[in-house]
Design a protein around this ligand. Structure first.
Ligand code: KMH
Ligand code: ZN
Length: 310
């Protein structure tokens, strides 16, 4: 992995894992998502990873029309790199999941590198009162729902988006996903520098133990050498410990309410920006510097914020 002394902070602002009843601070409406993304960028996030939600119910909404209103505002008010989900929610088809990235042509889109069973149902033990019935169903259904990302699905996303010059945040939830990425690299369908987001601590994927972090790093180093940029995402309470340990080993970090609602034990994060500030203080405490959006564009070889379709 090539060394850069600048650390890219990605902030995943709303996502599809958590539901509105779990935190009053989870952004749901276009205004809330725009404000949260702008706040995260001002706090030091070079990249914002975005999903959209139905403003009335908070349910994930993967129509391009749901993204448009906040994309315009974020683009006007910040210079940060906009990264659109192609994961959407696990019950959506890949065609539905891809529409926003295909039509809006962002600089970066996420790409999930294998099929898995996102086990969200243990959250039912902690969150009992839901405002909307879909929220309980969303968690309950995760007992028996495959988040499908077959080789054909991945190829479809790669081919559709690469025509637009969109590059990817390759979401790797286990070692096999790194091998899947190497397979697409060997076929010439992806080119470096690869932005590899290793995900820890989500049920269905690799755990959050330091040995797991090391194993993913060693495997990525062996498969990709200098041709990748490593980033880490620790889910829930693993967010900051994993950011700290991996940043000390050269990783970039992802935070945000998509993956953790917390800002310390039992304390809900009041904003995405609060988590960015927390990560930033850890990184700066380690003697590291935060990458600006321009530096992130250079590190990841992105096409530029003026080349998007929104
Ligand atoms: N919340 C992440 C673990 C996507 O949007 O493509 C999953 C994610 C998927 O970010
Ligand atoms: Zn996401």
């Amino acid at each position: 992995m090539a060394k850069s002394n600048k650390v890219i902070i990605t902030c995943a602002v709303t996502g599809a894992i958590h539901t509105p009843s779990m935190s009053p601070h989870l952004p749901v409406t276009p205004e809330q998502i725009a404000d949260a993304a702008i706040g995260a960028a001002e706090a030091g996030a070079a990249i914002v990873h975005l999903h959209a939600r139905n403003p009335e119910t908070g349910k994930p909404d993967q129509s391009p029309e749901a993204f448009q209103p906040f994309l315009k505002v974020i683009k006007q008010r910040t210079d940060c790199v906009i990264n659109l989900t192609t994961g959407g929610a696990p019950y959506m088809t890949v065609e539905e999941r891809l529409r926003p990235a295909a039509e809006l042509k962002p600089e970066v889109a996420s790409l999930n590198m294998g099929s898995m069973n996102f086990g969200l149902y243990p959250m039912l033990n902690r969150f009992k009162d839901f405002k909307f019935e879909w929220e309980r169903q969303h968690l309950e259904n995760s007992r028996d729902l495959v988040f499908k990302n077959t080789f054909a699905d991945i190829e479809y996303v790669l081919k559709t988006c690469s025509e637009n010059g969109t590059r990817f945040e390759f979401e790797c939830y286990d070692t096999s996903h790194l091998y899947n990425l190497a397979h697409f690299r060997d076929r010439g369908l992806v080119k470096g520098p690869l932005f590899v987001q290793t995900v820890f601590g989500l049920l269905g994927g690799i755990g959050p133990h330091p040995e797991d972090v090391l194993h993913m790093k060693r495997t990525a180093d062996r498969l990709f050498g200098d041709d990748y940029r490593w980033s880490v995402l620790g889910a829930g309470r693993n967010q900051m410990p994993i950011a700290a340990m991996a940043a000390a080993m050269g990783a970039n970090v992802r935070v945000g309410l998509e993956d953790s609602l917390w800002d310390g034990p039992g304390k809900l994060a009041e904003s995405n920006a609060a988590q960015v500030r927390r990560a930033r203080s850890i990184l700066e405490g380690l003697g590291l510097e935060i990458a600006t959006p321009a530096e992130a564009r250079e590190i990841l070889d992105l096409k530029g914020g003026d080349q998007v379709g929104f």
